[in-house]
Design a protein around this ligand. Sequence first.
Ligand code: ZN
Length: 325
Amino acid sequence: MLTTVVGSYPSFPRQPSSIGEKISNCMGSYDAYKSALELAVQDQVKAGVNLISDGQVRGNMLEVFAREIPGMITKDGIPIIIDRIQPAPHSIGASDIKMALKTASKLSSDFSNDLQILSKNKFQDKFKGIKAIITGPTTLALSSRIEGFYSKDEKNEAIIDIASVLKKEAEHLQNAGAAVIQIDEPFLSTGIADLKIAKKAIEIIVNDLHQPTSIHVCGPISEVIDDLLKFKVSIIDCEFADQNKNLEALESINLNGKKMGLGCIDTKTNTVETKEQVASIIKKGIELVGKENLIADPDCGMRLRSREAAYSKLKIMVETVKWLS
Ligand SMILES: [Zn+2]
């Protein structure tokens, strides 16, 4: 069974300290987040995770996209749509994907094999690679205040325009070496999102991609799982540690050839679970959808956890998966 992360990792930007760093800071080329990214990658590789992320260390999932997309700005961390949404002139995350792959391949040669391609239908247990993460168009639009171009009460047009921008970004990420493209749509379980528009928007992003795609949805899924399974992605990723009613929602589903991302680590607490706790969720998942259809991961991003807890949680997850195989 493959292991992965949802994406974010504790981030510790570092101020320039050496003379060289101070000079590049003056010239505007110093990257305070480079060491945070390297640390996130190192911990994931060391914990033995198959499909790692770049740690999403540069800010929260809304602002990192909203501040780069023409037509959007951020104010106090909140995205605001001020004009017609247009494609960004450059990729938002491709350089971080490249930096993460370079860091990972220095630590383990498993990450440097360019020929390793994750098949959409059968995931090889030993696969090592990187997953790129995009904040979904529905979540981005519904979290934004509209102050220009679009109607305030009708966000569908903005959702579709954001999707066209993210389609280009997904292609950049795929070209940068991402083995999987994940779209985060926490709003889809809240009851306020229009799932038909959300599905259409996801299709715009994934239609021409050749790599497997995933959608991550937080919260309770019993009301939405049947709709999510109709989305045109390879993996549906949800929370099962903190949301154990979600396991019941898997009892009568038809996977339609998709894989299930099984959140089996609670990401709301620093308390590290025991192997037995993790195993009980994975065993239930195996019973309900079959081992060959599961990928194990934490419930959600780990940005708010301590580094020690985040690392220990990943390690116990990987050890439990090995223990059960
Ligand atoms: Zn989540």
